[in-house]
Ligand binder design. Structure first.
Ligand code: MGD
Ligand code: MGD
Ligand code: SF4
Ligand code: MO
Length: 888
């Protein structure tokens, strides 16, 4: 058996180390790497299921130009000549790259170098604009540099962790696990969660502030005034190492003079606000961790600064167990910032508008044509494409037709674009459908390079399988086009050489005045690069890694003092009104990743939440005439989506929530990006994904259904469908607006042509307008479809077991058509524990019957929750629900 390859998980910014080995039958096994400092062996549900995502189904394997498959030479020539012509006719600003925090640092570095140094435009922006740009802007305003001062160990050493705008339990699960363990070992450790939703993360909260969405700047301004009023400040630090407190404090005191005023604005109990402020004031070791609930806002930059202000006034930065902590989303969001991948950065943490930096980078790159002013930011970029001002765009490793706000506008832009190049590993994303030129990219497990995680830790991604078809790494494609455009400086033998150049640039004439410095890695040989162990920058000398920055109180501003930023609290860009009375919040679920191109392949992950949904508070549900389980149309001024209603009191009244993941590939009309408004933060250009005024109305379907089939299908007549790969089958949920004349025909039509050996078992109940059908091929169940006039349909999950049988017994055929599981075999229900595929009904039943009152007890009885632990918050919620049931 060959040795395990150590690499880094391709999902979130925690950046866990994984060990991959062949499983002996063509697949792989994936384990957490105990020696990796990010996870010390742990993995979450997504990391654990990685083996299910590396098959070649749906891969793009051959370059394509104008719909015709071709070889690399012709495809690269086509990219080059089209870019060349457009640049010649319209200038360099008529072309653009739109890249991604899922590129490796080496890909990112050459793309940025080509656009900003050689093509001569700063029109390269990245999906990090949608993600980290407010945090970047806040860091730069406060510290003079985009520095995350903290390390993961600080989470274990802190006495108080404030988590705001982050669903850590689902989005950075291994960090959440680390906090959980630390809290178990040290019960005095306190956790405060600030989120308008009650999320899985609240499971470890000693205090949950369920504030009105968008009001964090009032809450943190209030904290600043409170700290000052209580004298809970670090006077010497403020005097020696900061500037601007007076003005920031004045504004804070004006808007948020007391916990009472704060409570009123944030919709909170005054006592809870008071408790939060008291704890913060009294605790020295505080980490404030923030994510998209802060960043994705029209005042996201200010909110970041409102948080940082509270750490500056208390001097709680740069020391063990304390600091503001912006967690990164994508695996290489941090690496993208290092290379300067945003349209308003230059390279290696240097600024586009700084003449000294321009001179330095220009000289280092020997750049003939260095861009000197900011390019278009993501949302502006696609608007300029629609207007025809930008005529050629190369999209790499991102799916903007789904993930940008006002996504229908983006589709118009992609359609209009004269030359759209897309490099992706998948053949059928919503974006690549519009491409003139498709370039097959290598992906995780096939390519070599580095990523940087949330704590500035650089780790290697290593290949463990042969790249399929004609796929190539992104850096190679970029360099080939650069060379064809006639530019020198792109002749790299491999990623090791690119990395070394990136390291040299970071240290070039850097006498300690720039935070980002990898001088110690500039001379890395290929062999050393291949062996490189994870390490945190800055790395000024070989082997020298740094856990924390700012311990010495020196910041990267002109006078080395950190800046307090006065924050005027602003409401969200658009408030609900009579036409659109609810606020739509969007985000993530535990087991899916973005537009599902990877996690959608995994049956285990797809079982957790198999259908796109809208979470609605019971009061709003009543107002809108919605029942749990029904379908609803959610519409805004920008667009609409059809989603399954989930009535739950974890929402605040007035606010609804929908996950961002479902693309047109997985559902007929669930792209919430087309509903989200494109309003932006003025400093960062980051969109307000967390707040769009919407209206929710019942979706008037005349029939509903579901379907399990061995093969992927294209539902017909269904005006609503969603699909998920589960149990080795395809699971579709369906609905249609027109009542079928013939239920059997409607049902059969969904399944497409019958094969020769197909036989049908059917049951039609005219009193209830339900039809149940099963297609049996060679005695084996091939597909089951159940449709009816109502959305209350029989359970689905137990049916999957029947597909495993070589022959169906008569009794099974009968039950199949009645829709009832056999006695003693309950329907397992929606998967809660994806590691062991344990469903909600199984768990609830066991809690009730066996009196399982802790997640550990459930683990002993059912295994659930005993591997990665990602579902433990849900297990605890189920226990609480059963406890709350009226006793029989
Ligand atoms: N499972 C999974 N994990 C992921 C990803 C994924 O797709 N799936 N994506 C990765 C990426 S790229 C990112 S950026 C991260 C994102 O990680 P998170 O930011 O943790 O995830 P989100 O679900 O986008 O939003 C976080 C929370 O912000 C809350 N929120 C909304 N409005 C407000 C507000 O006004 N104030 C406060 N305080 N909170 C608010 C939402 O209710 C939500 O619970 O996740 C990473 N990890
Ligand atoms: N409504 C709403 N929308 C959001 C958000 C939200 O909270 N709400 N969050 C935003 C945030 S924070 C983010 S980060 C974005 C993420 O949104 P996207 O970046 O658009 O989503 P992904 O599905 O991760 O897209 C990655 C693409 O890269 C491809 N790929 C994978 N590996 C490689 C590779 O090595 N090379 C190449 N060339 N391609 C590869 C995948 O197949 C996939 O098509 O979504 C944003 N959109
Ligand atoms: S927490 Fe999960 S998704 Fe994130 S890097 Fe670790 S294993 Fe991957
Ligand atoms: Mo992100």
């Amino acid at each position: 058996m060959s040795e395990a390859v150590s690499t880094t998980c391709p999902y979130c910014g925690v950046g866990c180390g994984v060990l991959v080995s062949p499983d002996g039958s063509g697949g792989i096994t994936v384990k957490g790497d105990k020696s990796h400092p990010a996870n010390l062996g742990r993995l979450c549900s997504k990391g654990t299921a990685l083996a299910e995502t590396v098959d070649l189904d749906g891969r793009l394997l051959q370059p394509e130009v104008d719909g015709v498959q071709t070889d690399w030479d012709s495809a690269l020539d086509a990219v080059t000549s089209r870019f060349e012509r457009i640049i010649a006719e319209h200038g360099p600003d008529a072309v653009a790259f739109y890249v991604s925090g899922q590129l490796l640092t080496e890909d990112y570095y050459v793309a940025n170098k080509l656009m900003k140094g050689f093509i001569g435009s700063a029109n390269i922006d990245t999906n990090s604009r949608l993600c980290m740009s407010s945090a970047v802007a806040a860091h730069k305003r406060a510290f003079g540099s985009d520095t995350v001062p903290i390390c993961y160990e600080d989470l274990e050493q802190a006495d108080l962790i404030v988590i705001t705008g982050s669903n850590l339990a689902w989005c950075h699960p291994v960090l959440y696990q680390r906090i959980l363990v630390a809290k178990k070992n040290r019960p005095a450790m306190q956790v405060v969660v600030i989120d308008p939703r009650q999320t899985a993360t609240c499971d470890i909260a000693d205090l949950h502030l369920q504030l009105r969405s968008g009001t964090d700047s009032i809450l943190f301004n209030g904290l600043l005034s409170w700290l000052a009023a209580q004298g809970a400040t670090y006077q010497r630090f403020v005097e020696q190492h900061t500037q601007g407190l007076e003005e920031a404090l004045q504004i804070a005191q004006w808007y948020a003079p007391s916990p009472r005023v704060v409570a009123e604005h944030c919709g909170l109990d005054e006592a809870l606000v008071q408790q939060f402020y008291d704890r913060f004031a009294a605790t020295q070791k505080v980490v404030t961790l923030f994510s998209q609930g802060i960043n994705q806002s029209t005042s996201g930059t200010d909110k970041g600064n409102a948080v940082i202000n509270c750490h500056l006034i208390t001097g709680r930065i740069g020391q063990p167990g304390m600091g503001p902590f912006s967690v990164t989303g994508q695996p290489n969001a941090m690496g993208g910032r290092e290379v300067g991948g945003l349209a308003n950065q230059l390279a290696a943490h240097m600024d586009l508008d700084n003449p000294a930096h321009q001179e330095l980078v220009g000289r280092f790159w020997q750049a003939p044509n260095l861009a000197t002013s900011a390019g278009l930011k993501a949302v502006d970029l696609f608007q300029a494409v629609e207007r025809g001002e930008v005529k050629a765009v190369w999209v790499m490793a991102t799916n903007p037709a789904v993930s940008l706000p006002d996504a229908s506008q983006v589709r118009r832009a992609l359609e209009r674009c004269e030359c759209l190049v897309v490099s992706d590993c998948m053949a059928t994303t919503d974006t690549i459908g519009y491409a003139d030129i498709k370039l097959p990219a290598q992906t995780w497990g096939e390519k070599e390079g580095t990523v940087t995680n949330s704590e500035r830790c650089i780790s290697r991604q290593r290949a463990f399988m042969a790249p399929p078809g004609e796929s190539r790494p992104d850096w190679w494609m970029v360099c080939e086009v650069a060379k064809r455009l006639g530019f020198e400086g792109f002749d790299y033998a491999g990623p090791a050489e690119i990395f070394a150049e990136h390291a040299r640039l970071s240290g070039f004439e850097n006498q300690g005045e720039r935070d980002f410095d990898l001088s110690g890695l500039s001379d890395l040989s290929v062999a050393e690069y291949d062996r490189m162990a994870p390490l945190q920058w800055p790395v000024r000398r070989p082997g020298q890694s740094r856990q924390r920055l700012f311990a010495d109180g020196h910041f990267y501003t002109d006078n080395q003092r950190a800046r307090f930023i006065p924050v005027t609290p602003l409401p969200p860009g658009q408030l609900p009104d009579a036409d659109y009375p609810l606020a739509l919040n969007t985000g993530r679920v535990r087991d899916h990743w973005h537009t599902m191109t990877r996690t959608g392949k995994s049956p285990r992950l797809s079982g957790h939440i198999a259908e796109p949904y809208l979470a609605v508070h019971p009061v709003d549900a009543q107002h809108c005439g919605l029942d749990d389980g029904q379908l609803a149309t959610v519409s805004s001024r920008w667009g609409e989506a059809i989603l399954r209603v989930n009535v739950c009191d974890t929402q605040l009244p007035g606010q609804v929530f929908a996950p961002m993941h479902w693309s047109d590939h997985f559902a007929s009309a669930a792209r919430v990006g087309s509903v989200v408004n494109p309003l932006l933060d003025p400093y960062s250009g980051q969109p307000e994904f967390k707040h769009t005024p919407v209206r929710v109305t019942p979706y008037r379907a005349a029939w509903y259904g579901f379907l399990l089939a061995r093969k992927e299908l294209r539902p017909r007549q269904a005006t609503y469908w969603s699909k998920a790969k589960r149990y080795g089958l395809w699971h579709y949920e369906l609905a249609g607006e027109a009542a079928p004349d013939n239920w059997a025909a409607c049902a059969r039509e969904q399944l497409g042509e019958d094969g020769d050996n197909a036989e049908w078992r059917e049951l039609y109940d005219s009193t209830q307008s339900t039809y149940r059908g099963a297609r049996v091929v060679d005695g084996r169940l091939d597909a089951v479809i159940i449709i009816g006039a109502d959305y209350h349909l029989p359970p689905r999950d137990w049916l999957a077991a029947l597909f495993k049988k070589d022959r169906l017994e008569d009794a099974e055929r009968g039950r199949l058509l009645r829709g009832t599981p056999p006695k003693g075999q309950e329907d397992a229900g929606q998967i809660v524990c994806s590691c062991f595929s344990v469903g909600v009904n199984t768990i609830t039943k066991a809690i009730r019957e066996q009196q399982l009152m802790t997640p550990e007890a459930i683990g002993e009885a059912l295994n659930a929750g005993t591997n990665c632990g990602s579902c433990v918050p849900e297990l605890r919620r189920l226990i609480a629900e059963v406890k709350a049931e009226p006793s029989a």
